[in-house]
Design a protein around this ligand. Sequence first.
Ligand SMILES: [Zn+2]
Length: 214
Amino acid sequence: MGLAIPIETSARHIHVCREDFELLFGKGKELTFKAELSQPGQYVCEERLTVKGPKGTFENVAVLGPFRNETQVEISVTDCRKLGIEGIIRQSGDTKGTPGCTLAGPFGELKIDHGVIVAKRHIHMTPVQAVQLGVKDNDDVFVITNSFERSLIFADVIVRVSPSFALAMHVDTDEANAFAGMDNPTGVILKLFNGQTYSLQKWADELQNGINRL
Ligand SMILES: [Zn+2]
């Protein structure tokens, strides 16, 4: 056991649907591959967009491919504050009721009425790795990070299992700064509460009431 999980930081980025992409970059335009990401089939594109909110703007935000069914903007809580929109933590694809923003490309502007999320931290892994690590899809786990001066245990980390994934934990820039990760940070799943999923909020409430289950 003790498989070290590489921790990767996701900078702000945008997944686009084809329809929105054509509105922003021009009819018939295609995504331009720039570099592979750790997850098989996922890549960074040459295309960049401007993200605008009521209070601020980010230029040159990376567009990721391939196309998705729905446009989704992934930023940090700090970014949300700068844009002047609410930061709502969600799993990828779960965008109902999230804030919108304005996207600007070389061809046009587009106002989306939802789709801006702060990605819930998660670990991608294959089914074999899930067995090795003793977890399953959608489990909620603790991860202890490897950091010299600011070690941190992340709670509420969602496990995502698929044969098309590669082992990696994804955090955003706020989370990466919080544990001052090194060049190639790693983490290990920490089995608390006999390895059962446990809500950190519930644990905190219990401790405040003098109940200690560990
Ligand atoms: Zn991810």
